[in-house]
Design a protein around this ligand. Structure first.
Ligand SMILES: Nc1ncnc2c1ncn2[C@@H]1O[C@H](COP(=O)(O)OP(=O)(O)O)[C@@H](O)[C@H]1O
Ligand SMILES: [Mg+2]
Length: 273
């Protein structure tokens, strides 16, 4: 069974008003079990909208979304997925442990079960020594790891991530990418990962789905098969070939971002914005 099936989904906001906007048009997307799919495209092309539709936070105007064989709404009720967004979104008045326990409380687990599971998740993201800290006492990267631990706490078969590492420095980002890959491999989790970084998409994904703006459409689906997902993988010819392929797919779209200005430096070359 597929983890996600998005079938001919169109999403129009403010329909019938002067500010009507078709964020997505006729989008089809299937995510296989255990697959990590990245969504990449220029700002405003509907990446977040697509993720929010899968999470049942908003409803499609037309078309259907199926998560693990059931409706998106049913999947949400059953906490069939975990979500992590760009901002960690932790509760400042709860300790790290109690933030991770939150979805388990909602599930009605006993206090003992909650604590045991939350501690296990914190160990997974390397934060077992910070269980009693408050979010404000942690760095941005550590907060993001707490958010990932929380998203994983109910061991969801599906993880939905919207630029979760966008606010982090490059070193932290690369470390968390490796951690995420380790966790997904270990748990068999399927993942839909939104990013505007071409290199991040290529490094993490089994498949990179390229989108264009106004209206948001899927314009390419690029399969990635790196020799390894580690430092050697990042330096492999396959890695650079895929980066070029994704960049060309982005440029081929009518609404793709203009080429980076020379003054923006090397990093701009792998950024879709
Ligand atoms: N709640 C909303 N109401 C009206 N327009 C929205 C809403 N959410 C998103 N949009 C519009 O839909 C388009 C896609 O937005 P979004 O999915 O956030 O893009 P991305 O995440 O790719 O940057 C944009 O034009 C945005 O302004
Ligand atoms: Mg977005």
């Amino acid at each position: 069974m597929s983890a996600v099936v998005v079938d001919k989904v169109t999403k129009t906001f403010n329909r019938g008003r002067t500010d009507e906007v078709t964020a997505l048009s006729e989008v089809d997307l299937t995510v296989a079990d255990g697959e990590l799919v990245s969504l990449i495209g220029p700002s405003g092309c509907g990446k977040s909208t697509l993720l929010r539709l899968i999470a049942d936070l908003i409803q499609p105007s037309t078309g259907t979304v199926t998560v693990a064989g059931q409706s998106a709404g049913q999947a949400r009720k059953e906490q069939a997925y975990g979500i992590a967004f760009q901002q960690a979104g932790l509760f400042e008045w709860r300790t790290v442990l109690r933030n991770v326990e939150l979805p388990l409380e909602l599930r009605g687990l006993s206090k003992r079960e909650r604590k045991a599971r939350a501690e296990e998740m914190l160990t997974l993201v390397g934060l077992e020594d910070f269980a009693g800290h408050y979010p404000a006492q942690l760095s941005g990267g550590m907060q993001q790891r707490v958010a990932i631990a929380r998203a994983l706490a109910v061991q969801p078969p599906l993880l939905l991530m919207d630029e979760p590492f966008g606010a982090l420095d490059e070193m932290t980002r690369e470390r968390l990418q490796s951690e995420l890959l380790g966790i997904c491999t270990q748990t068999g989790t399927s993942t839909v990962f939104v990013t505007h970084s071409i290199s991040e998409a290529v490094f993490l994904s089994n498949r990179v789905v390229v989108m264009s703006a106004r209206p948001g459409r899927i314009t390419a689906s690029i399969t990635v098969d790196l020799p390894s997902r580690d430092d050697a993988g990042r330096q492999s010819p396959a890695f650079f070939e895929k980066i070029t392929e994704v960049r060309q797919a982005l440029r081929g779209t009518p609404a793709a971002a203009p080429p980076p200005r020379a003054s923006e430096g090397a990093a701009a070359g792998t950024d879709a914005r």
